[in-house]
Design a protein around this ligand. Sequence first.
Ligand SMILES: [Ca+2]
Length: 247
Amino acid sequence: MTGQADIAARLDRLPASRHVWGLVVLLSLGGCFEFYDLFMTAYVSPGLTASGVFHGPDKGLFGLTDQATFAAATFAGLFVGTIVFSQLADRFGRRAIFTGSPLTLSSSTVAFNSATYYCGGVRSYQEIVMMSSIIANNSAPSADCVDFFTIMPAGGTDNLISVMASNMPVGTIIADPKLTPLADRGGPTATHGLSLSSPAVDTGNAPTGIFTDQRDVGFSRVSGGAADIGAYERQFGDDEIFYGGFR
Ligand SMILES: [Ca+2]
């Protein structure tokens, strides 16, 4: 009977020949494409298409469809990141690099996502820094992580989470952000607006150098007394009934 240790020892005894190295390279490339296909395009793209971020067969950036641009740019980024930054992990150690590379969420809205396993909103095993972001109205089977879960330090300010979690940035508002239904409110994608009575209105902060909300030109990042929490900024003159979603 052959155990895993025997198999590993057998592999270690293989001569470092051209043929063996060729097999290693081919298996690595196969694994790279397979995992990329499984974890990125298979799961992420349908969601982005359904939410209106990808625009079907239309040609966009680089003259490619949105899906093709996403796949190509992410793939290129993986290679560049691996070649350039893997040396940092070799030099300083993987634990130090992972700990020093926190997940950052800034002026973002993560809402109305659902999961059948793990977390409906944001689940992180790395340190997370959240700035002026909403995580709300998500659903998941586990009460531990409806909206948010992390076992690492969570920093940042001016955030709103709808369901209490055990480890959140200090000062996080726990409340219903009163998001309005997904609709075309300008910009390239549909958005969830903010009701006038939303606790996210005028309680966020604007990142340095960011002058618009997610809809881009024509939609100021700061309107009223201060920036709103999340990706959307209520604009002066927003129709109270339409934008308020009758809430
Ligand atoms: Ca505002």
